[in-house]
Write a protein that binds this ligand. Structure first.
Ligand SMILES: NC(=O)c1ccc[n+]([C@@H]2O[C@H](COP(=O)([O-])OP(=O)(O)OC[C@H]3O[C@@H](n4cnc5c(N)ncnc54)[C@H](OP(=O)(O)O)[C@@H]3O)[C@@H](O)[C@H]2O)c1
Length: 301
């Protein structure tokens, strides 16, 4: 999802973009990484690959989430440096901050407390990648730095019934309920937790902004700084999809942390602010969902 958004963002620029899918380059293979970087010799690397997944996948496969993500990050960062790459942007995530950190989450909260157990393996790998970039920068003077996106959504998202994130999951459920003329949709939990969402094309724009800065911070949050309740999110999605039934909550299901929102002061001071409102982003995402469904390639893995 992120890699495609970055390519869309760069399509009109004069940058020559080199991409690699997993089939073309398995980043767990150090030899393949070294060969790729030495043959392509990029000026800038935007590292958007990762093994990603929801709570279920993370807690079922912690070995793969730590091992694959750590190996991919080590291989890519080391091979980039060996081939002379001076600029590397690594993608972290706001979910790698400590579980109980103060809200809104500031960049200096990293490594100040225990991690969220359900994504500990993924977070450890991401923290190692982010730190490796920081250490390369300080030890060797190359500009290797990281962006910490909040929850993302947009074209190319995953709509798997169990493994998807809350926003695409709700788009799919409200769409299917509308088609089936269902009287109601039940959302998990009380609906009161507050969450922040960023449209993926806004992230791509922020990435391009960050790689254009001469002296970017080692890591910077990328979000909107605006949060809303899950119930408000559900109402917005229902209205966009055209679902006219009722929305019910199921308080027997877990809510997770009551508030999660990033502090975007640092990014705003660097001259970047999000452009796409949640309502507009959901409308665009729903249109992409319909197009992907119609073309028979809705992602559901
Ligand atoms: N989505 C979010 O809400 C969110 C929020 C914060 C941060 N991020 C970060 O943003 C980055 C991109 O996430 P995304 O949402 O765009 O995920 P995504 O759509 O799943 O993209 C990840 C890509 O990495 C590829 N990949 C996985 N294992 C690989 C390997 N061994 N070698 C080469 N490529 C491999 C995947 O290929 P396959 O499709 O073949 O598996 C996929 O194309 C990740 O670092 C993620 O942690 C995402």
């Amino acid at each position: 999802m992120v890699g495609s958004a970055v390519c869309r963002r760069l399509a009109d620029s004069d940058s020559a973009v080199v991409t690699a899918t997993r089939n073309e380059l398995d980043l767990r293979d150090p030899g393949a990484c070294a060969e790729f970087f030495s043959s392509t010799r990029p000026d800038v690397v935007i590292f958007a690959a990762a093994r990603v997944g929801g709570i279920l996948a993370n807690s079922t496969y912690p070995v793969e989430f730590l091992s694959d993500n750590l190996t991919m990050a080590l291989n890519a960062i080391n091979a980039a440096f060996e081939s002379g790459v001076q600029r590397f942007l690594f993608l972290g995530s706001t979910c790698i901050y400590p579980r109980e950190c103060e809200q809104p989450i500031r960049e200096d909260a990293l490594l100040t407390g225990p991690l969220e157990p359900t994504n500990e393996a993924y977070a450890l790998a991401k923290i190692a990648g982010l730190k490796l970039c920081q250490f390369y920068r300080h030890q060797h003077g190359v500009v290797y730095h990281s962006a910490m996106p909040t929850n993302l959504y947009g074209p190319g998202d995953n709509y798997h019934p169990q493994h998807s994130h809350v926003l695409p999951a709700l788009i799919r459920r409200f769409h299917e309920a509308k088609i089936a003329d269902a009287p109601s949709v039940v959302i998990w939990g009380s609906g009161t937790p507050r969450r922040e969402f960023l449209y993926v094309d806004d992230l791509a724009d922020a990435i391009v902004h960050l790689i254009g800065l001469d002296d970017p911070p080692d890591w910077v949050n990328v979000g909107t700084g605006v949060d809303q309740t899950i119930a408000e999110l559900a109402e917005l999605i229902a209205a966009t999809v055209g679902f006219r039934g009722t929305i019910e909550t199921d308080p027997t299901k877990p809510d997770g942390t009551p508030v999660k929102c990033s502090d975007v002061t640092r990014l705003n001071r660097l001259g970047w602010k999000h452009r796409v409102s949640l309502a507009e982003g959901i409308e665009r995402t729903y249109q992409a969902f319909l197009a992907e469904t119609g073309a028979g390639h809705l992602r559901s893995v």
